[in-house]
Design a protein around this ligand. Structure first.
Ligand code: NYM
Length: 211
């Protein structure tokens, strides 16, 4: 019987270390004979939505975009990759995702848009097997290199995102990671969770986000 791959999502504030850790996990899985790929969201190379989102984030856009329209673009960006992710999981590839619906919802809520508007577009996307949430104080990330380069990288805004992320704490897939530790310590914690997860979900059906 072919077993499926795991959908492993990394979430957290800007500069919380997600990207470094997704790359370390990919290397670790490949070295241990496991198929894996990284999918980043927003996917700035996606032909329909990628460049518009990139322009918005780099503050290079000349059109007047509403918060709601931006939200739907981020969500559409995920929907446009849904089928590809499902196919990869079915053929046994582990898909490591750098940001997903949880960023989508919390960044938009932090701009003052309602939950009633923000949550529904995410329903039906593939439900992650685990969300590794990199928890860190925005006062710490603000001191890290590159912080402030893009539009949403302000400490007061990041604080709101951190508060909003708490809405997912009761979900069974939510695993909080202390992102204040060293890169190697965080990597060790990530590997322990993932090593446990992959065999556990291998014969589970692929499910969709439903709440
Ligand atoms: N972001 C990301 C959103 O506002 N909504 C979303 O749905 C997603 C996936 O994009 N500040 C924001 C969070 C980040 C920014 O992400 C770019 P990254 O991981 O720095 O490329």
């Amino acid at each position: 019987m072919t077993t499926r791959g795991a959908l492993i999502v990394f979430e957290g504030l800007d500069r919380s270390g997600k990207t470094t850790q997704t790359e370390k996990l990919l290397k670790y899985l490949n070295e241990n004979g496991k198929k894996a790929i990284i999918q980043r969201f927003p996917d700035r190379s996606e032909p329909l939505t990628g460049s518009t989102i990139d322009n918005y984030l780099r503050n290079a856009s000349c059109i007047n975009q509403t918060k709601e329209a931006i939200h739907l673009l981020f969500s559409a960006n995920r929907w446009l990759l849904r089928q590809k992710i499902e196919e990869l999981l079915k053929e046994g590839t582990n898909v490591i995702v750098d940001r997903y619906s949880f960023s989508g919802v919390t960044y938009t809520l932090s701009k003052g848009v309602s939950k009633q508007f923000a949550c529904p577009p995410e329903l039906g996307l593939i439900r992650p097997d685990a969300v590794l949430y990199f928890d860190v104080d925005p006062a710490v990330t603000a001191k890290r290199g590159g912080f402030g380069d893009e539009v949403l990288e302000r400490t007061d805004f990041q604080q709101k995102v951190r508060e909003n992320m708490k809405m997912f704490e009761n979900q069974s897939y939510w695993k909080k990671i202390n992102a204040n530790e060293t890169i190697d310590e965080v990597h060790k914690n990530v590997c322990a969770i993932v090593n446990d997860l992959i065999p556990k979900v291998a014969t589970n059906p692929i499910e969709s986000l439903d709440e």
